[in-house]
Design a protein around this ligand. Structure first.
Ligand code: SF4
Length: 180
């Protein structure tokens, strides 16, 4: 399975980050309460659960995407030790957000621009198309299956071209080196 690097995550738009998390989050099949401290939970029991949550996060294929989205969402607090996201405690998230304040401000601004959203939507659509079975139901004829595959390939090519155009235009305007 492809793991997004932290560098890729930093340059990736919100919808793409969320899509990656929705597809592969380890916590999706675990008890969601593990990642949050309950009201009035003693520090001693929370510490044990927090360590276990961090252990699961460390092996999660979308950990870097999750951390990046948590930072953009403003999750975590210096004063309240009550959560884990992306393998970091609330205090660690808050510290990372402070350390990366300028970059995160730019990333959140970019999340909100129209072209960025279009890039995100196209990227999600591309992932969806690439994951579809072009042959559909087995009882369809060979000719129809070939037509489906041809149509799917054309859609994927068109989406990839449009994404590339947006990235190229944005790099030219902003001088970004890695991604749109
Ligand atoms: S890094 Fe942790 S909190 Fe984030 S999706 Fe993975 S398991 Fe869930």
């Amino acid at each position: 399975m492809h793991r997004m690097t932290s560098k890729q995550a930093r340059h990736t738009r919100r919808a793409v980050l969320q899509s990656a998390i929705d597809a592969d989050a380890r916590c999706a099949t675990a008890d969601p309460d593990l990642w949050f401290r309950t009201d009035d939970e003693p520090q001693i029991t929370w510490q044990a659960r927090r360590a276990e949550a961090i252990r699961v996060c460390i092996g999660c294929p979308v950990r870097t995407a999750c951390e990046e989205l948590a930072l953009r969402n403003g999750d975590g607090n210096h004063r309240v030790d009550d959560m884990v996201r992306g393998g970091l405690s609330g205090a660690q998230l808050a510290a990372a957000r402070t350390a990366e304040a300028d970059r995160l401000t730019a990333a959140v601004d970019a999340d909100q621009d129209t072209e960025g959203r279009q890039h995100d939507d196209l990227s999600v659509e591309l992932r969806t198309q690439a994951g579809l079975n072009p042959y559909g139901r087995r009882n369809r004829g060979r000719l129809r299956q070939d037509e489906n595959r041809t149509e799917q390939n054309l859609r994927i090519r068109a989406l990839a071209t449009r994404i590339r155009q947006i990235r190229t235009a944005r790099r030219a305007r902003a001088g970004w080196a890695v991604a749109a």
